[in-house]
Design a protein around this ligand. Sequence first.
Ligand code: CO
Length: 141
Amino acid sequence: MTSAGPGGFELTEIDHVAIAVRDLEAAIEWYRSTLGAVVAHRERIESDGVEEALLNVADSYVQLLTPTRDDSPVATYLEKKGEGIHHVGFRVSSCAAALESMRAAGARTIDAAPRPGSRGTTVAFVHPKSAFGTLIELVEE
Ligand code: CO
Protein backbone atom coordinates (compact mmCIF):
# COMPACT_ATOMS: atom_id res chain seq x y z
CA MET A 1 0.00 0.00 0.00
CA THR A 2 1.30 3.42 -0.91
CA SER A 3 0.67 6.41 1.29
CA ALA A 4 -1.94 8.69 -0.21
CA GLY A 5 -1.72 12.41 0.41
CA PRO A 6 -4.27 14.99 -0.59
CA GLY A 7 -4.39 15.65 -4.28
CA GLY A 8 -6.66 17.02 -6.95
CA PHE A 9 -8.39 19.56 -4.75
CA GLU A 10 -7.86 22.64 -2.60
CA LEU A 11 -9.23 23.35 0.84
CA THR A 12 -10.39 26.92 0.32
CA GLU A 13 -12.54 28.04 3.28
CA ILE A 14 -14.61 27.04 6.24
CA ASP A 15 -17.88 26.92 4.32
CA HIS A 16 -20.10 26.74 7.36
CA VAL A 17 -20.40 25.75 10.97
CA ALA A 18 -23.72 23.96 11.42
CA ILE A 19 -25.63 24.37 14.67
CA ALA A 20 -28.61 22.20 15.54
CA VAL A 21 -31.46 24.15 17.12
CA ARG A 22 -34.99 23.33 18.22
CA ASP A 23 -36.56 26.64 17.24
CA LEU A 24 -35.17 28.01 13.96
CA GLU A 25 -37.01 31.35 14.10
CA ALA A 26 -35.85 32.00 17.67
CA ALA A 27 -32.25 31.15 16.74
CA ILE A 28 -32.33 33.43 13.66
CA GLU A 29 -33.69 36.27 15.76
CA TRP A 30 -31.07 35.65 18.47
CA TYR A 31 -28.18 35.81 15.97
CA ARG A 32 -29.71 38.93 14.42
CA SER A 33 -30.20 40.80 17.67
CA THR A 34 -26.90 39.77 19.28
CA LEU A 35 -24.47 39.68 16.36
CA GLY A 36 -26.33 41.45 13.59
CA ALA A 37 -26.11 38.28 11.47
CA VAL A 38 -28.24 38.39 8.33
CA VAL A 39 -29.99 35.43 6.69
CA ALA A 40 -28.44 34.81 3.28
CA HIS A 41 -30.39 31.72 2.34
CA ARG A 42 -33.16 29.48 3.63
CA GLU A 43 -33.98 26.03 2.43
CA ARG A 44 -35.96 22.96 3.39
CA ILE A 45 -34.13 19.78 2.39
CA GLU A 46 -36.77 17.09 2.42
CA SER A 47 -34.34 14.20 1.78
CA ASP A 48 -32.41 15.08 4.95
CA GLY A 49 -35.48 16.08 6.96
CA VAL A 50 -34.04 19.48 7.81
CA GLU A 51 -34.71 23.16 7.38
CA GLU A 52 -31.71 25.44 7.33
CA ALA A 53 -30.96 29.13 7.55
CA LEU A 54 -27.54 30.30 6.39
CA LEU A 55 -26.29 33.45 8.11
CA ASN A 56 -23.50 35.41 6.46
CA VAL A 57 -20.17 35.62 8.27
CA ALA A 58 -17.80 37.20 5.73
CA ASP A 59 -17.31 34.50 3.08
CA SER A 60 -18.53 31.73 5.37
CA TYR A 61 -21.84 30.88 7.00
CA VAL A 62 -23.35 29.84 10.24
CA GLN A 63 -25.89 27.21 9.29
CA LEU A 64 -28.78 26.93 11.70
CA LEU A 65 -30.40 23.52 11.31
CA THR A 66 -33.68 22.22 12.63
CA PRO A 67 -35.43 18.90 11.94
CA THR A 68 -38.63 18.82 9.89
CA ARG A 69 -39.62 15.34 11.04
CA ASP A 70 -39.02 13.00 13.98
CA ASP A 71 -36.89 10.48 12.05
CA SER A 72 -34.48 13.15 10.77
CA PRO A 73 -30.84 12.61 11.82
CA VAL A 74 -30.88 16.11 13.29
CA ALA A 75 -33.91 15.17 15.43
CA THR A 76 -31.97 12.18 16.75
CA TYR A 77 -28.98 14.41 17.39
CA LEU A 78 -31.05 16.94 19.37
CA GLU A 79 -32.58 14.17 21.42
CA LYS A 80 -29.21 12.60 22.26
CA LYS A 81 -26.96 15.62 22.59
CA GLY A 82 -29.17 18.68 22.74
CA GLU A 83 -28.62 21.89 20.82
CA GLY A 84 -25.14 22.79 19.65
CA ILE A 85 -22.52 22.34 16.96
CA HIS A 86 -23.58 19.56 14.61
CA HIS A 87 -20.93 19.59 11.88
CA VAL A 88 -18.26 21.64 10.16
CA GLY A 89 -18.42 22.21 6.42
CA PHE A 90 -15.11 22.59 4.62
CA ARG A 91 -15.24 24.28 1.22
CA VAL A 92 -13.18 22.36 -1.32
CA SER A 93 -12.54 22.88 -5.01
CA SER A 94 -13.58 19.28 -5.75
CA CYS A 95 -15.86 17.29 -3.49
CA ALA A 96 -15.13 14.07 -5.36
CA ALA A 97 -11.34 14.46 -5.06
CA ALA A 98 -11.52 15.45 -1.38
CA LEU A 99 -13.80 12.50 -0.59
CA GLU A 100 -11.45 10.15 -2.38
CA SER A 101 -8.45 11.57 -0.57
CA MET A 102 -10.11 11.19 2.84
CA ARG A 103 -11.20 7.66 2.04
CA ALA A 104 -7.68 6.78 0.88
CA ALA A 105 -6.38 8.12 4.20
CA GLY A 106 -8.70 5.73 6.04
CA ALA A 107 -11.60 8.04 6.88
CA ARG A 108 -15.02 6.44 7.06
CA THR A 109 -17.34 8.25 4.70
CA ILE A 110 -21.09 8.50 5.19
CA ASP A 111 -21.74 9.30 1.53
CA ALA A 112 -20.24 6.86 -0.97
CA ALA A 113 -20.27 9.57 -3.62
CA PRO A 114 -20.84 13.34 -3.77
CA ARG A 115 -24.51 14.38 -3.77
CA PRO A 116 -26.50 17.60 -4.11
CA GLY A 117 -26.47 19.88 -1.04
CA SER A 118 -28.31 23.10 -0.30
CA ARG A 119 -27.98 26.26 -2.45
CA GLY A 120 -26.84 24.19 -5.43
CA THR A 121 -23.67 22.83 -3.83
CA THR A 122 -22.21 19.32 -4.10
CA VAL A 123 -21.53 17.70 -0.74
CA ALA A 124 -20.39 14.54 1.04
CA PHE A 125 -20.18 13.68 4.74
CA VAL A 126 -17.37 11.98 6.65
CA HIS A 127 -18.16 10.04 9.83
CA PRO A 128 -17.18 11.69 13.14
CA LYS A 129 -15.80 8.40 14.47
CA SER A 130 -13.01 8.57 11.91
CA ALA A 131 -12.50 12.34 12.20
CA PHE A 132 -11.62 12.95 15.85
CA GLY A 133 -15.25 13.27 16.85
CA THR A 134 -16.42 15.90 14.38
CA LEU A 135 -18.91 15.27 11.60
CA ILE A 136 -17.27 16.77 8.51
CA GLU A 137 -19.05 17.95 5.37
CA LEU A 138 -17.11 18.54 2.17
CA VAL A 139 -18.74 21.35 0.21
CA GLU A 140 -18.07 22.24 -3.43
CA GLU A 141 -19.76 25.35 -4.75
CO1 CO B 1 -23.89 21.46 6.31
